[in-house]
Design a protein around this ligand. Structure first.
Ligand SMILES: *Cc1c(COP(=O)(O)O)cnc(C)c1O
Length: 405
């Protein structure tokens, strides 16, 4: 399909290019030493991950350990209440460990095993990536160091407990705002010392090449399954698909199944408390081009050009940039990026629970809220929402800070 001059039949062959760019976004902006480590991972990825043995092993793990394919659910009661638009959710909340993140963690950890590495290192925000990676590390018998901001450690106590029970070392980061951005910095610094025995497993489609590509490819299974399942369920493609965007991994994998289809694609960023810098984390909507954490993308910067403080009720979404491929897809006009704030997300959190018996992750609730908004605005059509994770981790926080709605 040709869209705004871009041929999406050949998109995946051409992007990223051999230097890791999606248009002008992406690249490898790290020290010479880490460049060598990235080159090693890139080479391993292209040889190992394309091998029949690796693909067969990952496929078996997805089925027998993760519980894939995850289903699509038709939100019948909610759709009927809102009008004539039919809402559907792809149930990544039913993926083992409760979110889409295990999809790329099992891929990254399997790659680590094939590369002969002994340890995996990562950062985590909501704790979901840490739990997913600790799960993968336990499965493969790898050591696991997880860097986490002190603020997030307090907010996400159950996930911290999970990581520890799974045998991971949780390392508290007390710099700056003590959230995801600082955790990424600390994890990168550690990796620079340990890259001979360890592999960095980034939690989203972020960081230097090859991570944005690799994580998207490991998440592609979500979009691939969803497209096939939706066609089987309804005989058609969805009119619109929606996913929340923090770093952008659940969205990248989900969207990748539909880029070459006549389907409207919408990424939802967190508007937090409002439009003022520091009150939100809607980088694609309000940001400008810049380099951070090893890649060029669109980001929120303060007056000194440094990554700005960001905020969202959803720890997994409060990051001052998004993956380079999202910046590119926005520039191409293929994907539209819009925003939803804390309050609407909390409403959607309760609405999905009450109407459908599904408690969504507060991150995923942003996408659900957007789907609800579309259903109210439009008279007909279908909307498929990626329900990136389950909300057990958020229940106490939501009740304490917002009360029952
Ligand atoms: C981490 C997380 C997100 C945000 O990460 P992306 O890379 O943008 O997908 C969204 N939903 C859930 C449930 C998460 O755990």
């Amino acid at each position: 399909m040709i869209f705004n001059g871009m041929d999406f039949d050949t998109y995946f062959k051409n992007y990223p290019d051999e230097n890791g760019y999606f248009g002008k976004y992406g690249g490898v902006y790290v020290s010479e030493e880490l460049k060598a480590a990235m080159a090693e991972i890139t080479e391993a990825y292209f040889t190992i991950c394309k091998s029949r043995k690796f693909i067969a092993e990952l496929r078996r793990i997805r089925k027998e350990f993760q519980g894939r394919p995850t289903p699509i659910s038709h939100l019948e009661r909610l759709s009927n209440k809102l009008g004539n638009v039919q809402l559907y959710v792809k149930r990544e909340d039913l993926n083992h460990s409760g979110a889409h993140k295990l999809n790329h963690c099992m891929g990254e950890a399997l790659l680590a095993k094939y590369m002969g590495k002994k340890k995996v290192i990562a950062e985590t925000g909501a704790g979901q990536h840490g739990v997913a990676l600790a799960t993968a590390a336990a499965y493969f018998g790898l050591e696991c160091d997880i860097y986490m901001g002190a603020v997030d450690i307090k907010k996400q106590a159950p996930n911290v407990a999970r990581m520890k029970i799974l045998g991971a070392n949780v390392i508290e980061v007390t710099e700056g705002l003590q959230t995801l951005k600082e955790a990424v910095d600390a994890a990168f610094a550690a990796y620079a010392h340990e890259y001979k025995d360890a592999i960095y497993c980034i939690g989203s489609v972020l960081g230097p090449h090859p991570f944005p590509m690799m994580v998207r490819d490991f998440q592609h299974v979500v979009g691939e399954e969803a497209r096939e399942q939706f066609l089987e369920m309804t005989g058609e493609l969805p009119d619109t698909i929606v996913a929340c965007v923090g770093g952008g991994s659940n969205a990248a994998g989900f969207f990748s199944g539909f880029l070459n289809d006549p389907v409207e694609i919408i990424g939802v960023e967190p508007l937090g408390r409002g439009e003022k810098l520091g009150d939100h984390a809607a980088s694609l909507k309000y940001g400008t081009e810049g380099v951070m954490h090893g890649f060029n993308s669109i980001m929120l910067k303060d007056e000194n050009g440094e990554p700005a403080p960001v905020y969202s009720v959803a720890s997994g979404l409060d990051y001052p940039s998004s993956g380079p491929e999202h910046a590119f897809l926005q520039e191409l006009g293929r994907v539209k990026y819009d925003v939803i704030g804390d309050d609407d997300s909390v409403d959607a959190f309760f609405e999905l629970a009450r109407m459908e018996g599904i408690i969504p992750a507060i991150e995923s609730a942003h996408a659900v809220a957007y789907g609800i908004k579309l259903a109210k605005e439009r008279g007909r059509g279908s909307v498929l929402i990626n329900l990136s994770g389950r909300g057990d981790k958020d229940m106490d926080y939501v009740l304490e800070n917002y009360g029952l709605r």
